[in-house]
Design a protein around this ligand. Sequence first.
Ligand SMILES: O=C(O)CCC(=O)C(=O)O
Ligand SMILES: [Fe+2]
Length: 273
Amino acid sequence: MLSLEHVTGTRTTAAEVSDILIRDGAVVVEGAIEPGMLAALNADLDHFTEDIGVGLRNPASDFFVDFYGASTVRFDGLPAKSPTFLDVMQLPLLQNVADILLKPNCEDYLLNTAQLIEIRPGETAQMIHCDELAWTPMPKVDVILQVEAMFALSDFTKENGATQVVPGSHLWEPGREPEPEEILQAEMPAGSGLFYLGSALHGGGANTTKDVRRRGMFLGFVVGYLRTEENMFLTVPIEAAKNMPVRVQELLGYKPHFSIGVVDVGSPMALLR
Ligand SMILES: O=C(O)CCC(=O)C(=O)O
Ligand SMILES: [Fe+2]
């Protein structure tokens, strides 16, 4: 059985993280977010978490009511909700890992998910899954489509719902289910990031505590020719996008991918100027 490797954000390199992801499908980067940035993220997101509350507002199907959790606060569109999130999107380690793993398979990648996931006491374990299933029924392909990170905005412990992860499962044949002993949990201090591939099996953990909330921030990139899970053009109003860094505008989808995503068969970047 594989273990879940931990590296240190200030000492590791994008090459090392990418190598571990290719080998194991997942790795914890401790200290991925420095303490000032962590405090700023929590300050940006606290009131949304309180105001929005648990459960789904407009489930796309009944499946998601259970999958996303009745005792979990989940909302997306973080680029418009947290100025600090824009810095996390552009963290050199994250961008460089995505460049190494995704750029061989696409012209550029897109921001696919930007979610706050706060697992509250009493929440049960999420179904083990791989995030590539979002594009069902796309056939399984042998290239990396997604690079993702679950950042711990609070400490992640076994008891409070640390993400379950199955190292090595990105190489499994489709449909293979993990044995209980193959499922590890990404216990990690606040500020860490569980980096993983969209083909790696994982899921939120159960929160068996009485009063400890597990706050995670989920950020993922996908090759630029797939439709993104989150509709960034609606969650981030164009007036807000106009004031964002160019790299963020590109990752939100304003840069065409060859002929995809155009307006008047031209670049939507022009609409932001
Ligand atoms: O909350 C977590 O730790 C994982 C969530 C997840 O995997 C998902 O919603 O796709
Ligand atoms: Fe997931």
